[in-house]
Design a protein around this ligand. Structure first.
Ligand SMILES: Nc1ncnc2c1ncn2[C@@H]1O[C@H](COP(=O)(O)OP(=O)(O)OP(=O)(O)O)[C@@H](O)[C@H]1O
Ligand SMILES: [Mg+2]
Length: 581
């Protein structure tokens, strides 16, 4: 298996720092943008204080032209910087997502079985988006604007340091009041977010369980649930709007008050001849620029905390130690299909009770074996173990005499096929789904596999036969049709080992008989493990292995076992286990 990339830094700031090379060009241009407009207050001051008294129209026009030139540069740098940064940010997110998908491919099923698929998906789609959400505002906003603020402050100090001092002394008051307002805003915002999340949660559940709701005739109750959720969102939204509008009004007023202080203070100083009118105008223009980073700080820190949570969630997955520990490289080519379970002991991670107990079994290449036994006996678990989806706690599984731990497991899996009770199909066409088993299969091969699986007869009746799109997870097909596609897909793979986990349970008697024939034809030369409840499926097996509570209770041919009068005969007689004719 390919080595994993180096782990990500533990914290978001370090992660962002580690990406600095990617951000550098964009950040450089964003800073350039600031440098172009920082001198504007000085230009205003000079027009008013130098060129107006001198009635120097030419000078005024020159400085105006200079201002326009600077603004054009500013415009170009803004657009270019934003696009450079945007590209860099998308690349970083892409990389995060690639890492998540890569990691998921190696997670052990012991871990995956306990995870909700939805959670993995939300790490992939939304948590990465949260990380993305902080990058642009910081890189293209907060950092350049802070620099802008500092440069402007420098300019103002140079123009008139006592007035600059007054402004600076006012800033902490402004910041403090703003922070208090923001705390309230944040509480309401959080309440709104939670209400929203509840609503999305119950809506997504109800939409997924649409059929359940309808079949039980519980539409009204479902609607009530959603209405209550919507109501809560609406109420919290109104509260949020109230707080945020008063917050906005405060910010507006606060800047005006600061400007007023500058104008009034400046006027007083002007009377005493200590400051020029031009400098006062420059100050009025400069105040909003000075205040801007303080304004931004609250919302950026909010985005930062969200991003940090997202980053932690992504990193939790990337760091998860529950990976498949298969590093074997042996490829017993060609795979003959001898399978040996040697005193295998296995329990699932969250259940100390053994699912497979001290089980030994030797299957010859080409042997057709049927596993039978009551529900929970461990039949599917044996198949999972054989495919290496779980690892036995003790004992060993050998394939063609090679211990599973030494085997190149991916190589082995590519030479096996598993047909499950409900085999997943992908959206896309019928042919796409079949070719999942072998991308380079010719049309003839695809059709031959479909014919053998008795899928062709219904495929040809679809609107665009093999090119018909079958909807998400094959939703447009019946259970039996889906199953026949899954079987065709397995046949196309031409596996040395074929595992059928109740593949015919969704079929009617007639289709089952047809598929059984197909499977029988196809089984030649392969080791076939069939897990089945139906008698017709197992009657012709070379060997029937009867399992109960993870142990082999009996094995033999159908005739031997029926005659022996043991557990199998009891199962047959009782019909309780679903061993149906
Ligand atoms: N992913 C899992 N995590 C924890 N326990 C599991 C898991 N899958 C199965 N088990 C437990 O392991 C035991 C064997 O289950 P298994 O699915 O192998 O039974 P089975 O013989 O295939 O039954 P069925 O005929 O119902 O498919 C059961 O007790 C089951 O509860
Ligand atoms: Mg099962």
């Amino acid at each position: 298996m390919p080595p994993s990339p180096a782990p990500l830094p533990a914290s978001l700031p370090r992660f962002l720092w580690s990406q600095r090379r990617a951000f550098l060009p964009g950040l450089g241009v964003a800073l350039l943008r600031i440098v172009t407009i920082a001198p504007l207050p000085v230009i205003f001051q000079r027009i008013l204080d130098v060129h107006v008294p001198a009635k120097d129209v030419r000078g005024i026009l020159l400085l105006s032209a200079l201002t326009v030139g600077l603004l054009v540069l500013h415009q170009i740098a803004s657009v270019r910087g934003a696009s450079l940064l945007g590209t860099a940010v998308s690349r970083v997110v892409l990389e995060l997502r690639a890492r998540i998908f890569h990691k998921v491919q190696f997670l052990s099923f012991g871990y995956l079985d306990r995870q909700q698929t939805g959670r993995l998906l939300s790490k992939y789609a939304f948590d990465t988006q949260k990380v993305e959400g902080v990058m642009m505002p910081v890189l293209n906003g907060f950092i350049p604007d802070t620099l802008y603020s500092l440069l402007t402050f420098g300019v103002l100090v140079a123009l008139n340091w006592p007035l600059a001092l007054v402004v600076v002394l006012m800033l902490p008051v402004f910041a403090f009041m703003r922070a208090r307002y923001f705390a309230r805003f944040r509480t309401k915002n959080e309440a709104n977010r939670i209400a929203q999340e509840h609503l999305t949660g119950s809506a997504s559940e109800l939409f997924t369980a649409l059929k359940l709701v309808r079949v039980y005739g519980e539409e009204a109750r479902a609607a009530d649930t959603l209405a209550a959720g919507n109501d809560a969102v609406a109420r919290s939204r109104v509260e949020l709007i109230a707080v945020s509008s008063s917050f906005g009004a405060f910010s507006f007023a606060a800047i005006k008050v600061l400007s007023l202080i500058v104008v009034a203070g400046g006027a007083l100083l002007t009377i005493h001849g200590q400051v020029s009118i031009g400098a006062v105008i420059a100050f009025v223009a400069g105040v909003p620029i000075l205040v801007n980073p303080i304004q931004m700080f609250a919302s950026v820190s909010e985005q930062y905390f969200t991003a940090e949570a997202g980053y932690r969630s992504v990193n939790e997955l990337l760091d998860a130690p529950y990976v498949e520990e298969w590093h074997g490289t042996v490829r017993p080519e060609p795979l003959r299909g001898r399978i040996t379970f040697d005193r295998v002991q296995f329990h699932y991670p969250d259940n100390a009770r053994g699912a497979i107990n001290d089980l030994s079994l030797d299957l010859a290449p080409g042997e057709k074996v049927a596993f039978v036994g009551p529900s929970g006996a461990g039949k599917s678990t044996l198949a999972n173990l054989l495919l290496g989806l779980h690892r036995p706690q003790s004992g060993e599984i050998r394939i063609d005499g090679v211990a599973q731990a030494d085997l190149d497991l991916r190589w082995f899996r590519r030479r096996t096929a598993l047909v499950m009770q409900e085999s997943p199909l992908l959206s896309g066409t019928v042919a796409d789904n079949l070719r999942f088993a072998r991308t380079d299969a010719t049309d003839e091969e695809v059709q031959a596999a479909a014919r053998l699986a008795h899928a062709e007869e219904f495929i040809l009746r679809l609107p665009e036969d093999y090119a018909t799109r079958i909807g998400e997870r094959g939703a447009l097909l019946s259970g039996g049709q889906r199953q026949r596609l899954a079987i065709a897909r397995a046949l196309l793979r031409d596996p040395a080992v074929l595992i059928l986990d109740e593949p015919t349970s969704a079929l009617d008697y007639e289709s089952e008989r047809l598929i059984q024939q197909a499977l029988d034809n196809l089984a030649r030369g392969r080791t076939v493990i069939t897990i089945a409840h139906r008698l017709s499926t197992i009657r012709h097996a070379d060997r029937i292995v009867v399992l109960n509570e993870g142990r082999i209770v009996e094995q033999g041919t159908f005739a031997q076992l029926s005659a022996a009068g043991g557990y199998f005969a009891q199962l047959l007689a009782s019909g309780e286990t679903g061993l149906a004719t």
